[in-house]
Design a protein. Structure first.
Length: 68
């Protein structure tokens, strides 16, 4: 598997000030969204659909619990 750069996956960089403003100030929610974006990018570039889907389900559930 080739080494994938975050920019190749379409993941945007965030500084600390931006992170605190994501999801109404939820830093954890911002981190989860960033990881989900990374996972979405990996799914588009790597054939690991089962594992990727497990990650997406986990983070979607965790995000629902945090914002629920």
């Amino acid at each position: 598997m080739k080494n994938l750069e975050l920019k190749e996956l379409g993941v945007q960089e965030m500084n600390a000030a931006e992170m605190t403003n994501v999801n109404g100030g939820s830093v954890i929610g911002g981190i989860i969204n960033a990881v989900q974006a990374l996972v979405d990018g990996l799914q588009a570039n790597v054939n690991l659909d089962g594992i990727i889907q497990d990650f997406k389900t986990f983070f979607t559930t965790l995000k629902g619990l945090l914002h629920g």
